[in-house]
Design a protein around this ligand. Structure first.
Ligand code: ZN
Length: 151
């Protein structure tokens, strides 16, 4: 196993065991439930905007998902805290392109940071939806949808 792969496995296991930001948010500005029928992942993403509505002050998630889904939700909610909504939308595009294999984060300019860990997911096409579910749910939340599905 390569070093990158080993790190990926460790981070996934750690975030699966101790997910960050795993709690409901009663005063959320945005909330959307995401469902991935292919795997059974079912999570809700919560986000709170600041007074201007332009910045994500806080994010959290809750629900049931596989290790990749939970780790992805955990890392996404951590990474986007305090970030502008516009940057969240941009990161979604980059993350989606990376896990589909359309963006090589080592050569193309990007803002992925720690999220680069998920680049290995492109080798496992059935897992792509597990990794992107949190992002789809967040985009759904920002677009004022109550639910979203990967299908
Ligand atoms: Zn899954």
């Amino acid at each position: 196993m390569s070093q990158a792969n080993e790190l990926y496995q460790q981070v996934i296991l750690d975030h699966n065991r101790n997910p960050r930001n795993y709690h409901p948010m009663p005063d959320a500005t945005y909330a959307c439930q995401g469902y991935n029928p292919l795997c059974g992942d079912n999570i809700t993403i919560f986000a709170k905007a600041d007074a201007t509505g332009q910045t994500l002050e806080d994010l959290s998630f809750q629900g049931n998902g596989c290790a990749i889904c939970k780790a992805s939700s955990s890392l996404m909610t951590s990474q986007l805290k305090g970030k502008p909504v516009s940057e969240a939308r941009e990161l979604f595009q980059e993350f989606h392109a990376m896990v589909k294999g359309d963006l090589d984060p080592e050569t193309a300019p990007n803002h992925l940071g720690k999220l680069k860990l998920f680049q290995g997911v492109k080798e496992y096409s059935s897992r792509i939806k597990c990794a992107t579910l949190a992002w789809h749910a967040l985009m759904g939340a920002l677009d004022r949808k109550e639910t979203t599905s990967t299908e």
